[in-house]
Design a protein around this ligand. Structure first.
Ligand code: GCB
Length: 585
């Protein structure tokens, strides 16, 4: 799905701002048809943002069910006669939209965009009521997975299977945009290198048959190649490559009838060869973070301020890559990574398909992960849909070098292979150019895990020195080395440590380091780096996590997960300086 852009043939209108908002405490809105009038007794709510932390009210923060958003849209009179599309960059998790009194779209999937043509539904030059009902209920058959339960006090509560707060709402931008009636629907770009030259192949999908022209312009706007037809290949002599650390971008200008679309293009290759991860044919070592797209007050709401600041901190610390744990991030983040040469492992929103790891409240014996009481056919369908949407959205970003198809699934369990294999096959079919991975949990070590051979890179989330051998770094180091050796003995693939770390409470210090101090966190990360650097199969280290983040309330989570090397306000802990010394030297 193409991102809205402004070109000579397309206009956009942002619908961001302060909307009206109502929590549907009695589940009355759908029955009482709240879209037919102004929301009764509504509050103000900023868009984009998660709504959970805007008001200091646990009844809003922890609400389970529907909330309602409403605004008034005034499309310009000059848009009359054009094709007009209403687009949500993301609404977590299940959204139903009304324009005036007409229901126009329902969409599930809280981290990817959806849109609907509203050309004939809008009154141009006049106010139109726009209402959105958003439901945040979790189950094991939808993504991200979670479970509902009754509290002893009789309330309905819920928890994700994964370790983050279930932030919900209109987390990303909302737009109206125009296109000509006959328009460009989608573009797929793939790039290759031939010595010093580059190749850009393209597929353009249009709403009807008709001629397509393409031009490739360099960063100064000079045309370097041109072609025509829905499918083709452009040769770029002496190409300026997109490289880690240097996000050089060309611009592909596509013309179709009256429509023009412009797409940034980075020319680079990605491959796995033996135990190496190659970008542009050269071995790449990952240095960076698994992180969340998360910040105080906004929750999962996209914010350009936080985004640009976070990338500035990535640069300050000397990181070259991130993983978009545990869901697709806003497209702005990928565009920023493209421009800044930050390498991205893009993760789908499959959450944690793992009931052996589920640390949410339990009401009975734990069911098996894969099967009728756990993750079944519906969940697999939902995962297939999430992977498809992720790849369809992010396929053209040069920064994205690998798809992460699942975080810590129960990959040693019966049924794991049957569940994951079709997901891997689909990803390879949709995108034969990028390697695929999943992150392995410590409960599925080499020999017990059943799926690693399906993937290209072995990604290990390992907390030696924290959950394992906490406070005993000598044992932690020994066991980490042993485990890496075991993986390397079984598989001739690169190993990436996708998570490692320890929690630190800012201001907790000890000369002889102990758990929870800033010194201990630095020592754990130093130990993992030493091991990773020395091991022939390891292609890098991603620290968990970039910044502290909110989780559900638990006794092991003081104000959330504190494994950030920055706190939630992006203030550095001692580990940030330790990493900077290592990564920048
Ligand atoms: C993991 C998960 C991540 C958690 C982290 C932790 O393995 O992938 O979501 O936050 O561990 O800190 O426990």
């Amino acid at each position: 799905m193409l991102r809205p852009v402004e070109t000579v043939s397309r206009e956009t209108k942002s619908l961001d701002g302060v909307w009206r908002f109502l929590v549907d405490k009695d589940r009355a809105g759908r029955h009482e048809q709240w879209w037919t009038a102004d929301l009764p007794g509504a509050l103000d709510i900023p868009v984009p943002s998660s709504y959970n932390d805007i008001y200091p009210d646990p009844a809003i923060r922890d609400h389970v069910g529907d909330v309602w958003y409403q605004t008034v849209v005034r499309p310009p009179a000059s848009w009359e006669g054009k094709r007009v599309v209403l687009r949500f960059d993301a609404a977590a998790h299940l959204a139903t939209v009304w324009v005036g009194e007409k229901e126009v779209v329902t969409h599930r999937g809280g981290f990817v965009p959806f849109e609907v043509e509203v050309t004939d539904l809008l009154q141009y030059g006049r106010p139109n009521r726009l209402t959105v009902a958003i439901n945040n209920e979790l189950s094991l058959s939808a993504m991200p997975p979670g479970r509902q339960y009754r509290t002893p006090a009789g309330a309905t509560a819920q928890a994700l299977t994964g370790d983050y707060f279930n932030y919900t709402g209109l987390n990303r931008r909302v737009w109206l945009y125009t296109t000509p009636h006959e328009h460009i629907q989608d573009i797929t770009v793939r790039t290759d290198l031939d010595g010093p030259d580059g190749l850009v192949s393209y597929d353009v999908f249009t709403s009807a048959p008709g001629g397509v022209t393409v031009r490739l312009l360099d960063a100064r706007g000079t045309q370097v190649a041109a072609g025509s037809g829905h499918t083709g290949e452009l040769a770029v002599p002496q190409v300026h490559r997109w490289e880690p650390g240097e996000g050089y971008l060309y611009r592909l200008e596509i013309g179709y009838g009256e429509d023009v679309y412009e797409l940034p293009v980075g020319v680079r290759t990605v491959a796995v060869r033996g135990r190496e991860f190659l970008i542009n044919g050269r071995p790449f070592t990952f240095r960076g973070f698994g992180r969340h797209q998360e910040s105080p007050v906004r929750g999962h709401g996209h914010d350009d301020v936080i985004m640009v600041h976070d990338f500035a901190l990535l640069d300050w610390i000397g990181a070259n890559s991130i993983r978009t744990a545990h869901y697709p991030y806003a497209e702005e983040v990928l565009e920023h990574a493209d421009r800044n040469g930050i390498v991205v492992i893009a993760e789908q929103e499959a959450g944690m398909i793992n009931l052996a790891m589920d640390f949410g409240p339990r009401t009975g014996p734990e069911p098996r992960t894969f099967g009728p009481d756990g993750f079944g056919a519906d969940a697999r369908e939902a995962c297939l849909t999430s992977v498809r949407r992720l790849i369809e959205r992010d396929k053209n970003h040069p920064s994205v070098v690998m798809w992460c198809l699942s975080n810590e699934p129960d990959s040693a369990a019966d049924g794991a292979r049957e569940f994951l294999e079709p997901i891997v096959e689909q990803a390879r079919e949709l995108d034969p150019t990028r390697p695929v991975c999943f992150t392995n949990v410590f409960l599925a070590p080499a020999g017990q895990d059943r799926v690693t051979d399906l993937f290209d890179v072995i990604c290990l989330n390992r907390y030696y020195g924290w959950y394992l051998d906490g406070g005993d770094l000598a044992s932690a180091e020994k066991r980490l080395v042993e485990e890496l050796d075991q993986w390397a003995a079984r598989h001739d693939s690169p190993i990436l440590i996708t998570e490692c770390g320890a929690e630190a409470l800012p201001g907790a210090h000890e000369v002889a380091a102990t758990m929870w101090t800033e010194e201990y966190q630095s020592e754990v990360l130093e130990m993992v780096a030493r091991v990773a650097d020395a091991h022939a199969a390891v292609v890098g280290q991603h620290v968990w996590s970039f910044a502290d983040f909110r989780t559900r309330q638990e006794i092991i989570r003081p104000e959330g997960n504190r494994k950030g090397v920055f706190d939630r306000d992006r203030k550095p802990k001692a580990a940030a300086y330790a990493l900077r010394r290592r990564w920048r030297s």
